[in-house]
Design a protein. Structure first.
Length: 608
């Protein structure tokens, strides 16, 4: 049966309810009220400038300026401008109708005149944020239109307002906030100055507070790159980060299609504690500071950069989940990645020595990008460098040529060797070099992840730490060394060492190595070790968290020392000798500690 209830209509909002909502939920940060009112005043000033340029206003423009005044005794904060002002009708339209934005209307009306939208407002709610801190707000305003009468509007935050004629000589608007008891923290010049400097440092119209202009109205990102010198960029960097070292280089961003975005990103000299350096990119919307949390707008691997991004196309007053899904935000992300890739490629191409000199600093960004961003990898694979222990740099392709001859294994795979710690792994590096192998230096936090990505991306390349295996197994060739020991001797040898090993879980194996190789060698299987490194660097505790480091003890069947130990008749001496060479191997891997170390020293002294 069809229902008889059928009705269409529009929902009504009870305005009594709206103030508490604005006060509580519109912005989590109450200090935003000042940003909103100053932005409105800047808008009003920009509008009069534009109207003058369109020939719709032919009076004196005068010096356009926004003034913020604090009167502690009267408990008021006043924001004044000499912009367009409002007529009584405009107040009724723009102020009395909550959420009707005059800004949107202005842009709409003048869009044929190439209105590029230098107007900040668009929600039509900003003005009411004044009620987050004020119990009463007065507007005293006079429109630029000839013959307009000045008007005064007052509202105490209820739904009743008063509108009347008043005296005001000059064009423009004064917004007077009578601060509520619970917001008197804002009646403080330092607090106000702080808020103004935070949000208004780069507003396009001069902002005066306590007889000082607090802003730079023409920050460099609004200028044409071809009009700027290196000094300009460095000076601006100092303005943003007064105590930082000079940046390595920078990128000027400038797009207007399919979204609007300008900005300058700097590559800083990184300190080791790079975690602490995040949140150094500031996000602006038409020169109004919005936030320094740019997580979703800037690709993760570029969050270590410093600088400024300005885009009116990034939605501001919305939740993060919305931001992540926003099409523009995704495009902006892709654009920034591409620009950074292009810039790095350009420096690499035009100034390879300069690029190499900076690589130790920028390598982190590049490797991070390679790991986390497919598109960035496609560009970076041609300029990302590998540094070997002799301090020489190679691209991936160059390096393939360097090691092709000596480091291709019997299956036709290249094996790239690296060290994570030149000092600790010295003996392994030396043995590898003796064989004519090259050793890379990949010891930074990010490298275990980077190596993993390399192996996935590069065909027929395996990457192993110099101590991942004994020298012969590191890069397996067709030639197999013969063991000089019989099967019985091999078993006896293994048993002897199992007896002296203090760590009973150690894997002991007998292997035929070159005669001059050490009698005992301790190695860490690459895969497990790297997984553990990766986990440690990402701060996780999961799978391998509590597991001891796995290692392999290889006994060199062909070592004369091993033969000597096997031939020793005296069983006490035999064990002592075995223990001594075993401990030497432990020592060379920095694994000999505690009682084992004490006893080792004692034994060594006795032998001498
Ligand atoms: N100082 C001012 N001078 C002239 N007009 C003003 C001034 N302040 C506000 N207005 C008018 O009132 C309208 C509503 O302002 P409101 O701040 O509420 O919204 P908005 O600026 O359009 O958008 P947003 O919510 O993003 O700030 C403005 O669009 C503008 O037309």
């Amino acid at each position: 049966m069809e229902s008889v209830i059928q009705e269409k209509g529009s929902l009504s909002i009870h305005t009594e309810n709206i103030f508490p909502i604005i006060k509580k939920f519109l912005y989590s940060d109450h200090e935003i009220f000042l940003r909103e009112l100053v932005s409105n005043a800047v808008d009003a000033s920009q509008k009069i400038k534009k109207l003058a340029s369109y020939g719709e206003f032919d009076g004196e423009l005068g010096e356009l300026k926004v003034q913020v005044k604090l009167d502690k005794d009267a408990k008021t904060i006043t924001v004044s401008d000499n912009g367009v002002g409002m007529t009584a009708d405009e107040i009724k339209k723009y102020i009395n109708q909550i959420a009707f934005s005059g800004a949107t209307e202005f842009v709409e009306k003048y869009k044929d005149k190439g209105e590029n939208g230098n107007i900040i407002g668009n929600f039509g709610l900003g003005f009411y944020s004044a009620y987050m801190v004020a119990k009463n707000v007065e507007i005293i305003t006079k429109s630029f239109r000839e013959g307009s009468e000045a008007v005064r509007w007052v509202c105490d935050g209820s739904t009743e307002f008063e509108l009347s004629g008043t005296e005001k000589q000059s064009r423009g608007t004064d917004i007077i906030l009578h601060i509520a008891e619970d917001s008197e923290e804002f009646l403080d010049e330092f607090r106000l100055k702080g808020i103004l400097e935070k949000y208004g440092k780069f507003l396009p119209i001069s902002i005066e507070f306590e007889e000082k202009i607090i802003n730079n109205t023409e920050p460099i990102w609004t200028k044409n790159p071809s009009d700027l010198t290196d000094e300009d960029y460095l000076a601006f960097y100092k303005e943003l980060h007064p105590f930082s070292e000079d940046p390595l280089f920078w990128i000027h961003l400038n797009v207007d299609y399919p979204f609007n975005l300008t900005g300058v990103l700097y590559f800083p000299k990184l300190k080791n504690d790079f975690q602490g350096q995040k949140e150094k990119i500031q996000l602006y919307s038409r020169q109004v500071f919005i936030t320094d949390e740019v997580k979703d707008i800037v690709p993760d691997f570029l969050q270590l950069l410093h600088g400024v991004i300005d885009s009116p196309d990034i939605p501001l007053n919305v939740s993060r989940s919305y931001l992540q899904a926003d099409g523009n935000v995704k495009k902006i992300n892709g654009y920034i990645t591409r620009k950074v890739g292009d810039k790095l490629a350009e420096i690499f191409k035009n100034d390879r020595p300069g690029f190499e000199a900076k690589f130790d600093d920028i390598g982190l960004f590049i490797k991070y990008g390679i790991i986390s961003d497919e598109k960035f990898y496609d560009k970076a694979k041609d300029f990302c460098l590998l540094k070997n222990v002799d301090g020489k740099y190679f691209t991936f392709e160059e390096y393939k040529e360097v090691v092709k001859e000596n480091q291709t294994d019997k299956n036709g795979n290249q094996v790239w060797l690296y060290t994570t710690d030149e000092k600790k792994q010295d003996s392994f590096i030396i043995s590898s070099q003796k064989r004519g192998y090259d050793v890379l230096n990949l010891g930074s936090m990010i490298d275990s992840h980077f190596i993993n990505t390399l192996e996935q991306k590069l065909e027929k390349v395996n990457v192993k730490r110099v101590d991942a295996e004994t020298l012969d197994k590191l890069i397996e060739k067709d030639i197999q060394l013969e063991s000089i020991l019989s099967t019985e001797e091999t078993d006896a040898l293994k048993q002897l060492f199992e007896g002296v090993a203090s760590d009973k879980s150690a894997q002991i194996q007998v292997e035929a190595m070159p005669v001059d190789e050490l009698p005992v060698v301790i190695t860490f299987p690459e895969f497990m070790r790297r997984m553990m490194d990766m986990q440690a660097s990402s701060g996780q505790q999961a799978m391998f968290g509590n597991m001891p480091m796995m290692y392999t003890v290889s006994l060199n069947a062909n070592s004369p020392v091993i033969s000597k130990i096997l031939k020793t008749e005296d069983t006490t001496l035999k064990s002592a000798l075995a223990k001594q060479v075993y401990d030497l191997a432990m020592l060379s891997q920095g694994m000999l500690t505690g009682k084992d170390l004490t006893q080792f020293i004692q034994r060594s002294v006795e032998i001498i």
